[in-house]
Design a protein around this ligand. Structure first.
Ligand code: DAT
Ligand code: MG
Length: 149
């Protein structure tokens, strides 16, 4: 089983889409293991988006992600990183397929509703900067055998 870091970004929180986004991962069969409603500090934003430092959109990205609350989450399941990226759709909502979160709920690249780790390594790094180990919950949903063979 794999874990991935997901954030519901400020635009989606402001638009009342927290439930809609969580619903999709729950309904697919992924397991929630951590969740925090929080404001992201400048320091945390710059660390999280460190790979984009120096790019023209970096300043706007950091000010956007720190502008209002987000929901930070850890989801677990089979191939969680890839599956959840697929459920989110392409970075630019205009290229995201209908049926994906970005394809259904967003229009602009700078307001694309969600973040999801792009690899297992990124997931480990991102989970560790947003969560302490003791904030992650180990539990076994009763329905496990109805989702996995
Ligand atoms: P993703 O969020 O799909 O992993 P990314 O890591 O390349 O995409 O970029 C992080 C975020 O930065 C992305 O969700 C939206 C913003 N962004 C990326 N490319 C951009 C661009 N060309 N112009 C404006 N914002 C951009
Ligand atoms: Mg990324």
């Amino acid at each position: 089983m794999e874990r991935t870091f997901v954030a519901i970004k400020p635009d989606a929180v402001q638009r009342g889409l927290i439930g809609e986004v969580i619903d999709r991962f729950e309904q697919r069969g992924f397991k929630l293991v951590g969740m925090k409603f929080m404001k992201v500090s400048n320091e945390l934003a710059e660390k999280h988006y460190g790979e984009h430092k120096g790019k023209p959109f970096f300043g706007g990205l950091v000010s956007f992600i720190t502008s209002a609350p987000i929901v930070a989450m850890v989801w677990e399941g089979k191939d969680a990183v890839d599956n959840i990226r697929k459920m989110m759709g392409k970075t630019n909502p205009k290229d995201a397929d209908t049926g994906t979160i970005r394809g259904d709920l967003a229009i602009d690249i700078g307001r694309n509703a969600v973040h999801g780790s792009d690899s297992v390594e990124s997931a480990k790094r991102e989970i560790s900067i947003f969560f302490k180990e003791e904030e992650l919950v180990n539990w076994e949903p009763e329905i496990h055998k109805w989702i996995y063979e």
